[in-house]
Design a protein around this ligand. Sequence first.
Ligand code: ZN
Length: 463
Amino acid sequence: MKIHNTLTQQLEELIPLEGNTIRLYTCGPTVYNVAHIGNFRAYIFEDVLRRSIKYFGHDVIQVMNLTDVDDKTIAGARQAGVPLDAFTRAYKTAFFEDLKTLNIEPAEHYPAATEHIPEMIALIQTLMAKGYAYRSEDGSVYFSVSSFPAYGKLAHLDMAGMRPGARVQHDEYEKENVADFALWKAWDEKDGDVVWDAPWGRGRPGWHIECSAMATRYLGESFDLHTGGVDNIFPHHEDEIAQSEAASGKPFVRYWMHCAHLIVDGRKMSKSLGNFHTLRDVMSRGYTGREIRYVLMAGHYRQSLNFSFESLVGARSALQRLDEFQDRLGQVATGLHGGGLPDWAELAREKFDAGLADDLNISESLGALFDMVHAGNRAIDSKALSAGDAGAVQALLTRFDTILGFLAKPADTVPVEALNLLELRQQARQTKNWAEADRVRNELAILGWIIQDTPQGPKLKRK
Ligand SMILES: [Zn+2]
């Protein structure tokens, strides 16, 4: 399996550092609100990556951190007037619900930053003892970028214009503002009761040190693979490398992978443009986790993905086509074994695997799948598919679904017909066509569904 390594900017064979296990760190959510579909694009990419590593025969230990203390969570808790842990708890719960909705495989570890403060303090102490970090007048601790000559190797920065000794307090900053960054932020009035004691003074960790400390705690000082969105390359991942390698004296991570942005209707997603969607917003419009998973997965991870509601409609019909094919296969297969893959299915298997192994070229894999559906339907039409061979094709689809995670229909999925009716009712209501809305409601009732109007929009529940 080859992947594109941001560090070397090359396609490289993914080979474990030790044994057969790939140790993977994936930057997780900052739990100050519910995640939006752009966040989930990255988590879906990481899910496909994780599943692919296993598909090609390796084991995976994945860590995804939960950032529950940083500039944003503290500001959110303060605004809501609740303690930090109470504020973040609700968003942690929502995050795990959303992962389930999208059929994202759970990671092995989900460490929360607030539960690993001692590890962060120890790491900062090591950096201070080795001369890579210093305490400023106010009791904050900064990483001295000029003490680490390799700084900039991930983001491929030209450090010539750097201003030595300049400092940046905030967790996020631009490349033009390369400067000593905060490992520890001295207590400030706006931190309220969010504070820990450290040998150099009271305060809280910076965002970047959280990931270095938790990655090392669960995966060791050197591990295989670290991922995130392109936004994370600088400064977050660059800073992680500097902190970790300065402290341990060892290479931190061998392979780095980053997925591109998600754009909405061709534009950057933003609240002011009104095209900012959380997963929950999209679901409240009647789309399923399965359909959203399909859309978020369908493009190459290194190309920006254009999300639109038309693409969800496209996903719905693509999934319908896949469901129909699986139903037809089921009618031909008798459960008897002894069949083999017909040539067209064998070809699909080869292409599917080749696509994945080529830096997760999922478009090629999906192309192979739909070519197979086309050929398979023709074989069924002309009665050229034996029961045994149909069973072998079913088994192949099960194998594909270990990557795709959308072929098997979730047990309690609302069927497409019911969702279409729900949409029809929404349209009727919007045009104040109450008679039509009632008619559709009755039709849904006949199908066994009742509509519940919730603050997140209408939902279907089984009668
Ligand atoms: Zn991180």
